[in-house]
Design a protein around this ligand. Structure first.
Ligand code: NAP
Length: 341
């Protein structure tokens, strides 16, 4: 029998996940949708799905086994806590929540429930290139990782995107993938602003360099550029004691013409990570059918929230800003293991 899923938030990514859950993946049926804008929910609702007036009513419906949260970040805490109270598996888009206090509440609720229910939308962990890079690092072939370089370039960003979002919205993906690749926690953050780009308009402080200090001593150097114009360019390279391992260039058709020889770049994250999003949901469905969750956890959501907070502090102070974590509950065990493929 298909897993009955309710989707909260039917904006850009909510609609994309509804498409993937109805047209790409099997074993799942969308039975319910909700959005703060009821008309938007109605337009996005697949045939036969019920449109609910409130997230709470959707979560409690007997016709919903598991929930996908795609509303905006500040609404996530309340919706996650309601899912945990109902004992239903939940996929929550990043950011899991928007404050340390909220993250701890989610962790405490899940720990009190006694079983993992929350998966956070860090889709890079499901990308085949990143998975191969992690296998290489874990194999020890390049030796102990010393430096990881993470490049995150967007062609452009919408007009509501402000400078802080580089640190509390965009950076979370680089922070999470660094923790996962290096099997380590971030203990401190520095932020540096190089010469500002004049491209992209508004008053964006762009680009930005973020240094993530890992507990074992490795340093992650993140470049975030959000108005690079030429496409969506994601890179990663680990320098170990005895070698270097990099994400491959994505295969794309080579075009030769009077302008030279070139390969197209993905336009945005939807194109670059399309297969990763599909895989992320394949694995979520398998776990949700068992009434639980695997993949990026509430602990990972908490860690990325702390990193974003520290990065904002570091941008203000110009100094190294320390991160202090609570003791990790046993429920989150070995969070850096690769999920079953
Ligand atoms: P969006 O287009 O603004 O969609 C969010 C939707 O949720 C909107 O329809 C919004 O309505 C609705 N909403 C807001 N508060 C709500 C509430 N309390 N209950 C129900 N619905 C509510 O934003 P988006 O780009 O889809 O992003 C949604 C989430 O996904 C964000 O957390 C974002 O960071 C994340 N995201 C993740 C990735 C990724 O790579 N993993 C990529 C993109 C986005 P209004 O517009 O009327 O407020």
């Amino acid at each position: 029998m298909a897993l009955k899923v309710g989707v909260i938030g039917t904006g850009m990514i909510g609609q994309d996940h509804i498409r993937r859950l109805t047209k790409v993946l099997s074993g799942v049926e969308i039975t319910a949708v909700n959005d703060i804008d009821v008309e938007r929910a109605r337009e996005a609702a697949p045939y036969n799905a019920e449109v609910f007036d409130t997230p709470q009513a959707l979560i409690e419906s007997d016709n919903v086994d598991a929930i996908v949260i795609c509303s905006w970040g500040p609404a996530h805490e309340e919706q996650l806590l309601a899912c945990i109270a109902a004992g239903k598996p939940v996929f929550c888009e990043k950011p899991m929540v928007t404050s340390e206090e909220s993250a701890i509440k989610v962790i405490e609720a899940e720990v009190a429930f006694g079983k993992r229910l929350v998966q956070v939308g860090f889709m890079r962990r499901f990308d085949s290139d990143y998975r191969q890079l992690k296998r290489v690092i874990d194999s020890g072939v390049v030796g102990t990782p010393l430096i990881y370089k993470s490049v995150h370039r967007n062609a452009s960003v919408p007009s509501h995107y402000i400078s802080d979002m580089c640190l509390n919205d965009t950076l979370v993906h680089d922070a999470d993938i660094s923790r996962w690749l290096l099997s380590d926690e971030i203990v401190g953050v520095e932020v540096r602003y190089p010469r500002r780009s004049n491209v992209g308009g508004n008053d964006l402080k762009n680009p930005v360099i973020v240094l993530l200090h890992m507990a074992a001593g490795a340093i992650v150097d993140v470049e975030i550029s959000v108005a690079i114009q030429y496409g969506y360019d994601i890179r990663g390279e680990v320098s170990g004691e005895t070698g270097v391992a990099s994400l491959p260039n994505r295969p794309a058709t080579v075009v030769t013409d009077m302008n030279g020889i070139r390969q197209a770049m993905p336009e945005d994250w939807r194109e670059r990570f399309i297969e990763a999003y599909d895989q992320e949901f394949r694995e979520w469905i398998i776990a949700a059918e068992q009434g639980t969750a695997t993949g990026p956890s509430a602990w990972d959501g908490y860690a990325s929230t702390l990193t974003a907070d520290a990065a904002l502090r570091a941008a203000d102070s110009g100094k190294f800003e320390k991160i202090a974590m609570i003791e990790k509950p046993a429920l989150y065990g070995e969070q850096h293991a690769m999920a079953a493929e």
